[in-house]
Design a protein around this ligand. Structure first.
Ligand code: MN
Length: 406
């Protein structure tokens, strides 16, 4: 007998679907010959929200108009959808608007306003510090006092499945006498969780820690593709630039924060205690127990644990706005590469292969340091749902294509 969802539904939802009633993530989809519109994933289907609600806000081709309506509207629609999908009396009205997920094309869910990427995994930061600055402390002195981040390129955030064209650029190893130009030879991934802002904020008004759920609508998976050879030559003193901006991939389904209530956990202890605007001691914590898997050509190579992240997304948001910088609907900020203490918990190949010195051995006997043309990298993730089974964040995938001809 197949185990059923704790939350009953007239839809036939197996317990392990990952897209049960306790998830209900939002995305933008189309079918052949139709315009992109908002849908909600449930089981193996997409509920066409534009058709089912008749509300134009869901027919715009991005989630932004809905996200801008704010938390009361998000909660109202989630409650309405839950009623529709669990109460048999709505079946006749709702069922005609279900489209098989196998038949849809997914689009970028959000028109991305600003994009920020953080660096909030202690294990990742220590690993990189040991590799790049072997003669000094692995963490820079500021790391335990503030969530370090940089502003990325919003216009090159793309939906899962977008081909990853190998970037070209300047690279120079420390031993090289001069830089050379050509395709990146150290193309890498960064497994991250992304946070999507719905409610904007006013210029000059910092967003405090406790306002996080009023502004952030939901989460997605992010692969922050990184060309390590370009990055290491260009990043001093102003930080990541062309080694990152060629492409950032996101998963098509945005899981509402409301679906992650059961996944909230305490973050690791902070030492030293953060300054007051970042101090979440005694507050309901916004650590999230999300289990990520990294697959290279269908083989799991890593399982990064998100619950060990040092800075929470609420602290990242508070820090990002503490100088008065405002938020816009569609802002996306990512956690930073998620790495755990184990060798099989590292969220990038530069860590998995320790800077290329310890190649990763794959099941077929081949090895990898950095990505080769034709490689496919897929990130998936799950978290505890309120119904008792695990909810899925879906996947973000990309295939490495050869560099463009010069
Ligand atoms: Mn990153």
């Amino acid at each position: 007998m197949t185990e059923r969802m704790t939350v009953p539904s007239w839809l036939d939802l197996p317990a392990d679907s990952g897209f049960g009633i306790d998830n209900l993530p939002y995305g933008v989809f189309s079918t052949p010959g139709t315009a992109p519109r908002t849908g909600v994933a449930v089981g193996d289907s997409v509920l066409d929200l534009a058709a089912a609600t008749g509300d134009d806000v869901h027919a715009t081709g991005s989630l932004n108009a809905f996200l801008a309506q704010g938390p009361a509207a998000w909660q109202e629609l989630r409650a309405r959808l839950t009623g529709w999908l669990t109460d048999d009396g709505h079946r006749g009205d709702v069922e005609p608007h279900l489209v098989p997920r196998a038949d849809v094309t997914m689009h970028l869910p959000v028109e991305v306003a600003d994009y920020v990427d953080f660096y909030s995994s202690r294990h990742h930061a220590e690993n990189l510090g040991r590799m790049f600055r072997p003669d000094s402390e692995p963490l820079t002195p500021n790391w335990t006092h503030l969530p370090i981040g940089y502003h990325g390129r919003a216009g090159t955030v793309a939906v899962s499945g977008t081909p990853v064209l190998r970037p070209s650029g300047q690279r120079k190893a420390p031993s090289d006498p001069a830089p050379t130009f050509g395709p990146s030879q150290r193309l890498d991934i960064e497994a991250e969780i992304g946070f999507v802002v719905g409610t904007p904020s006013e210029l000059g008004r910092p967003v405090p820690l406790n306002a996080f759920p009023e502004h952030v609508f939901g989460v997605c998976l992010v692969n922050d593709w990184s060309a390590r050879d370009l990055q290491s030559w260009e990043y001093v003193p102003l930080g990541p630039f062309l080694g990152k901006s060629f492409l950032t991939s996101v998963s098509p389904w945005v899981v509402p924060l409301a679906a992650l209530e059961a996944a909230r956990v305490s973050p690791p202890a902070r030492d030293p205690r953060p300054l007051p605007y970042l101090d979440d001691t005694g507050a309901a914590p916004w650590g999230l127990d999300i289990a990520i898997e990294v697959r290279l050509n269908d083989e799991v190579v890593s399982r990064p644990p998100f619950d060990l992240m040092y800075w929470t997304p609420a602290q990242q948001l508070a820090h990002m706005t503490v100088n008065g910088a405002s938020l816009r609907t569609g802002d996306l900020y990512a956690s930073g590469t998620v790495s755990g203490p184990g060798k099989d918990q590292r969220g990038s190949f530069i860590e998995l292969s320790w800077g290329g010195t310890e190649p990763v051995r794959l099941a077929d006997g081949s090895t990898r340091t950095f990505l080769e043309d034709g490689d496919v990298v897929t990130l998936t993730a799950t978290a505890r749902g309120s119904g008792g089974s695990r909810i899925s964040l879906g996947e973000v995938t990309g295939r490495i294509e050869p560099a463009a001809a010069p």
